[in-house]
Design a protein around this ligand. Structure first.
Ligand code: NAD
Ligand code: WQD
Length: 337
């Protein structure tokens, strides 16, 4: 198949492109470089064993999309492009709705016009808000608590309406839990701009000596050690979940909505200890008050992904930390951290 990957130079997109190329698919990447660099395309080519076509551009550019669909034979789209910082979305809601919702609508329209009706969409566990129980099943109530999450929820509903109106659509809505880790080669990974918001990149920068100490946000949650519990999933497992979703859609599934997580919850302190073991470095930390908007525990029931996609996450927390640590050292060498 030939796949158009929007946001394909970003963190999850770049790992997915490598898996697609290795599996023999053709790949066109559309990315506006707002949170990535063009040289990632070369590293994807090296690891994937074939070069993707890279087009620098924006999913909001309708003419560009029409040209891509006219000039290339695209069988399916994996749509990663968008903005993802929760705090920023609270401060700049219009920017988030315009890019995430507006950009996606332009893309879906161009797809419909070109007759390309197979789509894998990046949703998020954030659509469950503060869940009433864990593990979280796909049929739990949905309730986003910030503009970023609401943009995902709105798009999930748009996609359901599209599928209801036209049975030719083949759509997978994939709800990612907490993607972490990096390619095991050490050549691809997440390169956050400025101070990382997320736990794993922050911990990696403390281990590398780039930041002095980790602030652990809250140690009074109703969890085994009092710190937040999350379903950390290795980004390569997550990437492979996209290939499994494409295969399921090719088998004829009309609409798939699945959690992509491991089903295991680890606490902030579990992750810190695992990273210390993987890196051989000490991670100094302080307990500080809870971060507003955080929830105590969030982990997936991954049973539906196993049955519908035949996919399960295989890499453990030690691998997630080891690969992040290897990438952290590359990032320093490349001047990315
Ligand atoms: P990322 O920022 O690393 O990648 C997104 C890519 O899209 C970047 O390369 C960026 O330059 C590009 N982009 C942004 N807006 C664009 C636009 N308008 N047109 C073209 N390109 C654009 O993020 P990621 O972590 O790889 O996330 C990918 C997707 O997965 C996003 O939709 C995100 O909301 C979703 N997601 C991420 C997480 C996570 O924790 N990383 C969790 C759940 C869902
Ligand atoms: C994990 C745990 C923090 C940083 C976010 C988005 C979510 C999804 C994934 C896109 C929590 C604690 C963190 C730090 C800490 N993204 N922590 N010190 O908040 O579960 O999810 O990313 O869809 O929408 O909200 O991930 O990595 O920020 O936090 O103690 O410096 O680590 O309190 O318990 P989160 P995270």
């Amino acid at each position: 198949m030939h796949i158009l990957v929007t946001g394909g130079l970003g963190y999850i997109g770049s790992h997915t492109c490598v898996e697609l190329l290795q599996a023999g698919h053709g790949v066109t990447i559309l990315d506006n470089l707002s949170n990535s660099r063009a040289d990632v395309a070369e590293r994807i080519a090296g690891l994937g064993g074939a070069a993707p076509i890279f087009i620098e551009g924006d999913v909001r550019d309708r003419q560009l999309l029409c040209r891509i669909f006219r000039e290339q034979t695209v069988d399916a789209v994996i749509h990663f492009a968008g903005l993802k910082a929760v705090g920023e979305s609270v401060a700049q809601p219009l920017r988030y709705y315009e890019c995430n919702v507006g950009g996606s609508l332009v893309l879906f329209e161009a797809m419909a016009e070109a007759g390309v009706k197979t789509l894998v969409f990046s949703s998020s566990a954030t659509v469950y808000g503060d869940p009433h129980a864990v593990p979280i099943r796909e049929d739990f109530p949905l309730r986003a608590t910030n503009p970023y999450g609401r943009s995902k929820l709105m798009l999930e509903e748009v996609l359901a309406d599209m599928a209801a109106a036209d049975s030719q659509w083949r759509i997978a809505r994939l709800r990612y839990f907490n993607p972490v880790g990096a390619h095991e080669s050490g050549l691809l990974g997440e390169a956050p701009n400025g101070i990382p918001n997320n736990l794993m990149p922050y911990v990696a920068q403390v281990a590398a000596g780039l930041r002095a100490r980790l602030s652990v946000f809250g140690n009074d949650y109703p969890t085994p050690d009092g710190t937040g519990v999350r379903d950390f999933i290795h980004v390569v497992d997550l990437a492979q979940g996209h290939l499994a979703a494409l295969a399921a859609l090719a088998r004829g599934e009309g609409m798939l909505t699945v959690n992509l997580g491991t089903g295991r919850g680890y606490s902030v302190l579990d992750l810190v200890r695992a990273f210390e073991a993987a890196s051989g470095r000490t991670i100094p930390f302080d307990f500080v008050p809870r971060r507003p908007g955080d929830i105590a525990a969030c982990y997936a029931d991954p049973a539906l992904a196993a049955s519908l996609l035949g996919w399960t996450a295989r890499r453990d927390l030690a691998a997630m930390c080891r690969d992040t640590w290897r990438w952290q050292q590359t990032a320093v060498t490349l001047g990315l951290a």
